[in-house]
Design a protein around this ligand. Structure first.
Ligand SMILES: NC(=O)C1=CN([C@@H]2O[C@H](COP(=O)(O)OP(=O)(O)OC[C@H]3O[C@@H](n4cnc5c(N)ncnc54)[C@H](O)[C@@H]3O)[C@@H](O)[C@H]2O)C=CC1
Ligand SMILES: O=C(O)C(=O)Cc1ccc(O)cc1
Length: 379
């Protein structure tokens, strides 16, 4: 979904607000809450099991109200979003099934795996509520309500996994609400979701963590590994800094899929062992050619899993004030920078400035502007 949402209003009876309950107001729950808080017709309630979190939710302004009582959060809610770690999702659906919920209300989750929670909800009598599995396929390596971001889901895919039993009217209502995230809704089967997301998200997280740990081992012997890893290595392993408990639950939940994927991964790495043992240069080049061809055929810069980075690099001579000058030029052209990072800045070497933007349009405008000003810019 794209375009201007200022004319989008959720249908509601006069005087009553749509109540949206968010269980677990962390990165994802908090980001959803921020999306919904933009509509005066919504009342957003946050739930946490931890009393200390309640004040934090309110103080950070992501919810209208917060409580440690599951029953109070759920009472009269029109939509209930389960945003806790994957290992707790089925327990939450079960606990909610024991409460008296508003007839026709929709319970949905945001878990990174879908098959187990959908299967579990299917078996429960939900007392007039409807469960629809969900997975907003955007995130970050940071966690907690402090990392919540109203823009997180913009232009990302948001997967829903309805079953044959899901009432079409309920699905339409959830889709309508999710327009507030500005994500693109995709509907698919929960088992297929876990296979595909296992391959494109869970496996890369495992590989990133294993790779970082391998290098950390070498670094214990010689600190030069960490020193030289500051650039590209750091970027390609960003997701290795993801939240351990969240990822423990995801991997255990998608265990069978991951075991198969890791078997295939071993075969891929063994291929390189064989090519190297035989010094097969043509075979190695062919691996790169095939990978490049597939990678280049992927949709460009759609925000999604392993978020695309809207970044460029600018070579900057070590002149005082040059970084400020670039930021000022961008500001004057009303191009919003989301981050600026100096990768290397010693007196005797030119620095490299990494500029990050929120979207592709801003990146393209910045590159055109900086090139026109004579800067050496590359992606
Ligand atoms: N991190 C990411 O990039 C993405 C995560 N997800 C899914 O979203 C869900 C939430 O993840 P994040 O928001 O990233 O994590 P988070 O750590 O930022 O938030 C988790 C929330 O759950 C609560 N929580 C933690 N352990 C709990 C427990 N044992 N019982 C009850 N509440 C507990 C925390 O207090 C916090 O409010 C997970 O199911 C994850 O798989 C989905 C898309 C992206
Ligand atoms: O940080 C990234 O690039 C991610 O891949 C975030 C992410 C993590 C888990 C998900 O289920 C979806 C997205």
């Amino acid at each position: 979904m794209s375009g201007d949402f200022s004319d989008f209003t959720f249908e509601q009876s006069e005087g009553t607000k749509i109540k949206i309950a968010i269980f677990g107001v962390g990165l994802i729950g908090g980001s959803l809450a921020l999306c919904f808080k933009g509509n005066p017709g919504f009342h957003v309630v946050g739930h946490s099991v931890n009393p200390a979190s309640i004040d934090k939710y309110i103080a950070s302004g992501v919810v209208d109200e917060a409580t440690t009582s599951l029953a109070d959060a759920a009472a009269d809610a029109d939509f209930l979003f389960l945003c806790v770690p994957v290992g707790r999702l089925s327990d939450y659906v079960e606990e909610l099934s024991r409460l008296s919920l508003k007839p026709g209300c929709i319970i949905t989750d945001v878990g990174s795996t879908k098959a187990s929670v959908v299967r579990h909800a299917d078996k429960l009598a939900l007392q007039g509520a409807v469960f629809i599995g969900g997975h907003p396929m955007a995130g970050k390596e940071r966690s907690g309500v402090e990392a919540a971001d109203v823009h997180l889901f913009e232009n990302a895919y948001y997967v829903l996994t309805p079953t044959e039993a899901t009432p079409a009217e309920a699905l339409a209502r959830l889709e309508e609400l999710l327009h507030w995230t500005r994500a693109h809704i995709v509907k698919t089967d929960a088992v297929l979701h876990d296979d595909v997301v296992g391959a494109i998200s869970h496996l890369p997280h495992v590989i990133a963590v294993a790779l970082v740990n391998q290098i950390a081992g070498y670094n214990e012997e010689n600190g030069l590994y960490a020193s030289l890893a500051a650039g590209g290595f750091r970027d390609i392993t960003r997701i290795a800094s993801s939240e351990p408990v969240i990822w423990r639950d995801i991997l255990l939940n998608n265990r069978d899929v991951l075991l198969k994927l890791l078997g295939d991964w071993k075969e891929e790495t063994d291929k390189f062992v064989d090519l190297l043992e035989r010094s097969d240069g043509e075979g190695i080049a062919e691996q790169f050619r095939a990978a490049g061809e597939f990678r280049n055929s992927l949709p460009e810069r759609r925000k999604g899993l392993i978020a695309s980075l809207f970044e460029c690099y600018v070579n900057v001579p070590d002149h005082p004030g040059i970084v400020g000058g670039i930021a000022t030029e961008l500001g004057q052209a009303r191009i919003n920078l989301s981050n600026l990072h100096i990768i290397e800045s010693r007196e005797d070497v030119p620095g490299v400035l990494r500029l990050s933007f929120r979207n592709e349009a801003a990146l393209e405008q910045a590159v055109a502007l900086l090139k026109s000003l004579g800067y050496d810019v590359h992606f």
